[in-house]
Structures are given as C-alpha cells and as structure tokens.
Design a protein around this ligand. Structure first.
Ligand SMILES: C[S@@+](CC[C@H](N)C(=O)[O-])C[C@H]1O[C@@H](n2cnc3c(N)ncnc32)[C@H](O)[C@@H]1O
Length: 233
C-alpha cells in the first residue's frame, strides 16, 4: 500500500543538523516524474512553483537539470519550510529561490505571487502527493491559483494516486484511500473526472495522463483552447 506522510521529520527517520529532511518516496519517484516534466520544461525558461514541496528534495533535483528555469519551492508547514531552505542552502544552486509560505486553500496563494516579489513568468506549477492528503478546498485553491498565475502556455502538473471514472486503478490505492479517509474524512484519493470539472471551472483542461510506478499518475493541465464555435462567434 502507498505510504503517506503528513509531517516529515516525525517518523523516526534521521533529521540532518541543518534541518534537511528525507522523504523515502522521493528516491523512488523523482526520476519517473522528471521523465514527464522534462518533455515540457527542457529548453524553456521562466519560473516554476512547486506547491507543497515537503522536504524540498524534488526542487533541488529538478533545478539541477534546468539552469534556465527559476524554481520556487513552497509549503505551509514550518518544519518543511525549514527543510526546504536547508536543502536549498546545501545544493547551492543559483536557480532556486527561498521557499514561499503558500497555503493552497487560499486561492491567492500568498502575497509574493502578486506583489512583484515572486515568480513573474510562471511556466509551470508542480504539485506531488498533496491533494489527497488535504481537504478538497486545497485542490480548489491549487487550481484557482494556477489558473490565475500561469502564463498563457503554462501547465499545471499533479503527481499522485488518482481514481478514474470513480474507480480505483489498483486495490492498493483503494486500501490507501480508506486509510486516508479514516484519518480525516475530508481527505481521499481524488477522481480524475472531478479534477477535470474543477479545472474546467478555471479555464484549464487535462491534456496528458502519464502512468507512473506504484499505480501513480502524472496529470498535466493547460489553458483550454477556445472552441471553434466560440472562435466563429
Ligand atoms: C505528502 S507531503 C508531499 C510532499 C512532497 N510534495 C513530496 O512529494 O515529497 C504533502 C505536503 O503538502 C503540504 N500541505 C498540506 N496542506 C497544505 C496546504 N493547505 N497548503 C500548502 N501545502 C500543504 C504538507 O505540508 C506536505 O509538505
């Protein structure tokens, strides 16, 4: 069954003296995720926000491979923000900015997104393993912010387990979903169709579903193209 961590650093795993935390899942999933992201990001420049960065390890790995892209990690949890900052200092890469404190349940995310101090040329938003370990309003805020801030050709990438047509894609995901809902009835593995509906309400459309190991998926969303009908009106 998939494991889930609400707060890294509280599971008995060692914490580095500088605050760097380690997510076991990162070591298993970063390469397959990157194989999808790089198809879009390679050769481009701009800003990418990671929403709910957790330890901060994904941003470091991805930033190392994309010197032309500025990466903006973010989270809500104080320990995680400390770990992200520590990984940033440890990696010493010029293209990672200080973590933003973003509460995704706020559709505006944070002041830095709209006061000129944050990303101004938002090429992509990446969010891994967040929306099923959070109330639905976090998914709502994630899509609202992505639609508000992404540039015209920008994309939102989600990674995690998802249901298709209301059905789990594996028994292990069904068991995982039950354990999430037991912990908090507002949590749960999200349905792709529900996410498509949410995306559509913000002018976004699902354009890619990529299979990942361990019954996870990457979903990619971009701005909906105007239909031929509306173009001719
Ligand atoms: C399971 S962890 C995933 C972390 C990281 N993305 C990864 O894949 O390793 C979920 C993350 O979502 C963050 N999170 C939960 N609710 C949030 C919210 N309302 N706004 C922003 N981040 C949130 C948690 O603090 C945590 O870092």
């Amino acid at each position: 069954m998939a494991e889930y961590v609400v707060e890294f650093g509280k599971d008995g795993r060692p914490v580095e003296p500088d605050g760097r935390l380690d997510a076991p899942a990162f070591h298993r999933n970063h390469a397959p995720i990157w194989a999808v992201l790089k198809k879009f990001l390679a050769g481009k420049s701009g800003d990418v926000v990671e929403a709910g960065s957790g330890t901060g390890q994904h941003v470091v790995d991805f930033a190392r491979q994309t010197p032309e892209i500025i990466w903006w990690p973010s989270d809500l949890n104080a320990q995680h923000l400390k770990s992200i900052a520590a990984w940033r200092a440890y990696a010493d890469l010029p293209n990672i900015r200080s973590p933003l404190r973003i509460d995704l349940s706020d559709p505006l995310w944070c002041a830095g997104m709209h006061d000129g101090s944050g990303p101004a040329n938002l090429l992509a938003v990446f969010c891994a393993n967040v929306i099923h370990i959070a109330p639905w309003r976090v998914a709502e805020g994630l899509f609202a912010g992505a639609a508000r801030y992404l540039r015209a050709d920008g994309r939102l990438y989600l990674y995690g387990p998802f249901k298709r047509g209301g059905k789990h894609t594996a028994i292990s995901n069904a068991v995982f979903d039950s354990s999430l809902r037991e912990r908090d009835p507002e949590w749960g593995v999200r349905d792709i169709e529900a996410l498509q509906g949410l995306a559509a309400s913000h002018g976004l459309a699902l354009i890619e579903i990529a299979e990942m190991p361990a019954n996870n998926l990457v979903l990619a969303f971009e701005r909906s193209k105007p239909s031929q009908d509306s173009e001719s009106n």
